[in-house]
Design a protein around this ligand. Structure first.
Ligand code: NDP
Length: 279
């Protein structure tokens, strides 16, 4: 990560002046530059936290215009690279003295048939989606020592519970994230560290926008997608952020090892042929 310098949006020191549900908490969010991660960053900052964004690239003025009680900064991070994770952990330790919340959000999605998928494709998906959360936990858990109700929240997926076609490595990696979540909850529980996962459904971000954009009738595609959801809409990144905030909060102090599905009820609806549907 040589040559890249951490950036700060708000001067250090403002962190302690914040108010809100996460005031005074030091929160690390991987992949926090955009999409769901960015919404998580903005929500924690709005709730008074000091948020360290670990991402490959500088997100610039994250959440510009947001009424921020807390503090946000970017530290370069490649979650696949143990040296990068170690340097990131050292930077957070030097700058903030510890970590209260780790959100493992960085992820990529590989869409290929099993015939076309190469070993390199498979390994890259696994490296970002599964090795990343493992390395982050390995090197940031020591920074949670002595903190009040430290928590890890992993971003899994409904594709860790079911699968779309052409998503073998993605679905396998997300099922792995759910397994890692339970294992960390069991191993770290005695140290007072909780670990849960959020399994988002269809959330409107760049990760999946391409599917909709390539459709000749985009509006129809969005309407068809919304109709899959009992709540009648697809998800917003803020829906995930709200659940992450709760899981990281002491209010969820007796909740660990869980995978919380945030999908507007999509996974709860059993499929039925249109010819037999009463809708
Ligand atoms: P985006 O593609 O919008 O954002 C992913 C972020 O992760 C980017 O900022 C990206 O940085 C960063 N990132 C990628 N690789 C690395 C790496 N090696 N090290 C550090 N950061 C990295 O994705 P979403 O916001 O949609 O997804 C966020 C998480 O939510 C993922 O884990 C995804 O699998 C999961 N999810 C998303 C769903 C959806 O519908 N969107 C549904 C279910 C789960 P850069 O821009 O520099 O590449």
């Amino acid at each position: 990560m040589s040559g890249e310098q951490p950036s700060e949006e708000v001067a250090p020191g403002s962190a302690t002046t914040g108010s809100g549900r996460a005031a005074g908490r030091i929160v690390v969010v991987t992949g926090g530059a955009r999409g769901i991660g960015r919404a998580i960053v903005d929500r924690f900052a709005a709730e008074g936290a000091t948020v360290v964004i670990g991402d490959l690239t500088d997100p610039g003025p994250v959440g510009a215009g947001l009424d921020v009680a807390g503090h946000r900064e970017w530290v370069p991070l490649d979650v696949t690279d143990e040296i990068s994770v170690l340097e990131f952990a050292q930077s957070v330790a030097a700058g903030h003295g510890g970590v209260d919340v780790l959100v493992n959000n960085a992820g990529i999605m590989d869409t290929r048939s099993i015939a076309d998928e190469t070993v390199a494709d498979w390994d890259l998906t696994m490296a970002v989606n599964l090795r990343g959360p493992f390395l982050m936990a390995k090197h940031l858990v020591p920074l949670m020592d002595g903190r009040d109700d430290p928590a890890i929240v992993n971003i899994g997926s409904i594709e860790g519970l079911g699968a779309n076609t052409l998503h073998s490595s993605y679905a396998a990696s997300k099922a792995g994230v759910h397994g890692l979540t339970r294992a960390l909850a069991v191993e770290l529980g005695p140290a007072g560290i909780r670990c849960n996962a959020v399994a988002p459904g269809w959330i409107d971000t760049e990760l999946n926008r391409g599917y909709v954009d390539k459709h000749p009738n985009r509006e129809q595609a969005v309407a068809d997608l919304a109709a899959l959801h009992p709540v009648g809409r697809i998800g917003d990144a803020a829906d995930v952020a709200a659940t992450v905030l709760w899981l990281a909060d002491p209010d969820a102090g007796f909740v660990t090892g869980q995978v919380v599905t945030v999908d507007g009820g999509r996974m709860s609806r059993l499929s039925i042929p249109a010819s037999l549907s009463d809708d």
